[in-house]
Ligand binder design. Structure first.
Ligand SMILES: Cc1cc2nc3c(=O)[nH]c(=O)nc-3n(C[C@H](O)[C@H](O)[C@H](O)COP(=O)(O)OP(=O)(O)OC[C@H]3O[C@@H](n4cnc5c(N)ncnc54)[C@H](O)[C@@H]3O)c2cc1C
Length: 432
């Protein structure tokens, strides 16, 4: 179908197969399909049932930074033995985990942080245009742009935070000159409590209902004739030379002209089968939904506690915590309680006793954000392969960066030329 030098040999009768029906895989499949390629998606459970479900739904520019920031390791070390800390580190006697932590620490220098931030900002540049494009193509993204209120208990903390954001904004997004302090601060959103003594609004920041967004993408793919295999797990690959020719799945073999691995936390296992190591760790986060009266109108960031609230699907979704405790999906109720208690400082006493939470909250959820040690995703062709690609490691930003990732990766697959915006997300940087 294409003979551009360097491009995989894509055939009209053999699909590009995307492994993983999360937001990253679905967006990639969408842009490949709109480019006219035959595409199939293989998802071991239901579409959007991985970490793309239950998250806070933010589509934002002002919080799009790599997690390994200067000072983060000191902050994480202070959390040792304190499971109510927003960033909780439980050291494991696992060499891969310890190596990951070492590389994470090495990535938290000011220079590495600035480099990572610039890379994400560049990829993120077209995000809202891409969401508009999806909307214009009748894909109901559910995106609204109510803006994000950053709320703090302490004015000095708020000013510190705003100063950092102002320095990084570089005209990419509008940022206020100053913080609203004192009794006015909590008036920036009707749900905030008077305990909030400093706040500022970043206008235009967005939010989606992530479950509905994944559903819409799935519907758009089906309508475009993309074959979506749900409840089919990819178990291996058949290769010839430098190319993957087919995938083995629990529903049989699927021939392919190219493959994209966008399997979230399971990507390393699949990549290993193709001879590659990917040092991915889960940054576990928690969320739940609750009916608040009054409910937030904006997305809310609770500064000192690093928790969040989003208006999603007629309810308020509260989320937070980053737990580095290995690659598992165990829900620790203490962390749900910690997030609820953190939110109460900013939203007022929406519950009296943690025991009340069982009846007040819906859908308690835990998800593992896929994290590489430098905090950046990998969006690239696999070394030594001409038709196998990976798109994972989006950490806290998979919903925000899903469309931009899919759009750029589809361009790469079609042309064989890595777009400049994807240079910082190369696979081979991880070998260093
Ligand atoms: C509490 C919390 C809040 C968050 N809030 C936000 C936010 O506000 N904004 C934002 O941008 N991001 C947010 N995130 C991060 C975001 O959720 C992730 O970055 C994003 O969902 C990652 O998407 P993905 O497609 O890579 O992974 P996933 O959604 O996990 O998709 C991978 C899919 O691959 C499938 N799969 C795995 N192995 C196989 C196999 N062998 N065969 C077939 N299928 C397979 C899985 O079943 C899964 O469905 C948050 C995360 C958490 C935990």
């Amino acid at each position: 179908m294409t003979s551009v030098p360097g491009a995989p040999r894509l055939a009209a009768d053999s699909p590009v197969v995307v492994v993983g029906g999360g937001v990253v895989g679905l967006c990639t499949a969408y842009y490949l399909s709109t480019a006219g390629l035959p595409v199939e998606v293989v998802e071991r459970r239901a579409l959007g049932s991985g970490v793309s479900r239950g998250n806070a739904g933010w589509v934002c520019l002002s919080h799009s930074t790599p997690v390994p920031a200067p000072g983060i390791v000191r902050y994480a070390l202070r959390s040792l033995g304190r499971p109510d800390s927003p960033l909780y580190l439980r050291p494991l006697p696992d060499p891969a985990f310890l190596r990951w932590l070492w590389r994470f620490w090495r990535s938290s220098t000011p220079a590495a942080f600035r480099h990572g931030y610039a890379a994400i900002a560049e990829l993120n540049r077209d995000t809202f245009d891409l969401f508009d494009g999806l909307h214009d193509a009748n894909v109901p993204t559910t995106l609204t742009r109510p803006g994000m209120v950053h709320a703090f208990l302490s004015p000095s903390e708020a000013r510190h935070h705003l100063a950092i954001q102002r320095e990084m904004a570089h005209g990419h997004y509008p940022i206020p000159d100053d913080v609203t302090t004192g009794p006015e601060a909590h008036l920036l959103d009707q749900a905030l409590s008077p305990q909030v003594r400093a706040a500022y609004l970043v206008e235009g920041e967005g939010v989606v209902d992530p479950e509905a967004f994944a559903r819409s993408l799935g519907d758009a793919l089906s309508a475009a004739g993309v074959k979506v295999h749900e409840h089919a797990e990819v178990t291996g690959f058949r290769s010839a030379g430098e190319g993957v020719t087919a995938l083995s799945t629990t529903q049989g073999e699927i021939p392919c002209s190219a493959v994209v691995i966008a399997a979230g936390m399971s990507s390393p296992r699949l990549l290993r089968a193709l001879g590659h190591q990917l040092p991915l760790q889960a940054g576990k986060g928690y969320s739940f939904s609750v009916n608040l009266e009054p409910a937030p109108k904006h997305t809310l960031y609770f500064g000192e506690r690093r928790a969040v609230a989003s208006p999603i699907g007629g309810a308020t979704r509260i989320g937070g915590t980053m737990e580095l405790s290995g690659n598992n999906n165990r829900l620790d109720w203490r962390r749900i309680v910690a997030v609820a208690l953190a939110s109460r400082q900013y939203l007022g006493h929406w519950f009296e006793d943690p025991d009340d939470l069982v009846s007040l909250i819906r859908d308690p959820w835990v998800g593992g954000r896929p994290f590489l040690p430098d905090g950046l995703p990998v969006i690239d062709r696999l070394p030594k392969h001409n038709n196998a690609f990976a798109a994972t490691g989006h950490g806290m930003l998979g919903v925000t960066l899903g469309p931009a990732t899919g759009h750029r990766l589809a361009e790469y697959i079609l042309t064989g030329q890595r777009p400049d915006a994807l240079q910082p997300f190369r696979f081979d940087r991880l070998r260093r």
